[in-house]
Write a new protein. Structure first.
Length: 300
């Protein structure tokens, strides 16, 4: 039998299969957003940074499979049969304009089907030090109302005429979409209010918008290299975005052979400490080198 995950808009588990029965109660869920055509990326991620997950961690690749050809559907079914780690939405096609819907549906499914503490949303061009991420999460004083990543608050919409929201000329503070973490209670809030929440074409902006009014702990962490282009490579990085398959393999090889992330450390762009005591338009002046990250995060 081919095991294919389907999104169910209820608390009823899918009859089409689960990865493992022991994975229903976990500490960390990793949702890697992918596309049906990116099989090579998924293969490399499984072989590198997902290859030695802690026992209380669950990783799933999230995809829309609407409109696929018969051959593409067969390939996805074979991949699911081999790995049983795909979360598939068969009523949704894959494109930029459905990214927010995919994030929301994944959170809703997660809320109804998995007992967890945190979820990491990542992309299939992201490299994650899962071991360090788990260690750092254990340092938190509370597992509630956590929104953790690399924040921005001074970004103007690329094209304001196409956005679904008309709030201000800057996006509300949000964690960059290459990788961010939410605690389970925030996922529950999104799930319970999904029909009342406004949409936005950029999924990371949408999450910041949905959670904006809540009293919570925003953790700005310079060890999350999650912008539209990588800032380089330093040993302090936990999450690194915009990595091709070769870069992922090289980082994994370096960790396995030399116990260092970066075979050639490099600082390509400066980072910033988020100034939570300033207006969002004054939050983010890039002037810091990530070689000398001292504080693990700045708390809002």
């Amino acid at each position: 039998m081919i095991l294919v995950w389907r999104w169910l808009p209820s608390t009823t588990p899918s009859s089409l299969g689960w990865p493992r029965a022991s994975k229903h109660n976990v500490s960390l869920v990793i949702l890697v957003h992918s596309a049906p055509s990116n099989a090579e990326r998924r293969h490399v991620i499984r072989a590198t940074w997902l290859s030695a997950l802690p026992p209380d961690t669950l990783a799933l690749f999230v995809m829309g499979t609407g409109g696929l050809s018969n051959d593409a559907t067969w390939n996805i079914q074979q991949e699911q049969r081999n790995h049983s780690d795909l979360l598939l939405f068969d009523s949704m096609t894959e494109d930029y304009f459905t990214l927010t819907t995919k994030v929301r549906r994944a959170f809703v499914w997660l809320h109804h089907n998995i007992d967890f503490k945190f979820v990491l949303k990542a992309d299939d061009d992201t490299f994650v030090r899962v071991d360090l991420l788990v260690q750092e999460s254990q340092k938190l004083k509370s597992f509630e109302r956590i929104y953790w990543g690399y924040f921005s608050g001074d970004i103007r919409p690329f094209d304001p005429s196409t956005t679904d929201v008309k709030l201000c000329d800057l996006h509300v503070p949000y964690a960059k979409g290459g990788g961010y973490i939410l605690s389970a209670d925030l996922v529950s809030f999104i799930t319970e209010n999904q029909e009342r929440l406004v949409s936005h074409k950029a999924e990371d902006v949408a999450v910041g918008l949905w959670l904006g009014p809540l009293k919570m702990n925003r953790l700005h962490d310079r060890r999350f290299d999650t912008e539209y282009v990588s800032r380089g490579c330093t040993e302090r990085y936990i999450v690194t975005h915009k990595q091709d398959v070769y870069s992922m393999q090289e980082k994994h090889k370096s960790l396995q052979m030399n116990r260092v992330l970066c075979s050639h450390p490099a600082q390509l762009r400066f980072s910033y400490d988020y100034k939570w005591n300033k207006l969002p338009s004054q939050c983010c002046r890039a002037s810091k080198t990530d070689y000398s990250v001292v504080n693990d995060w700045e708390l809002s």
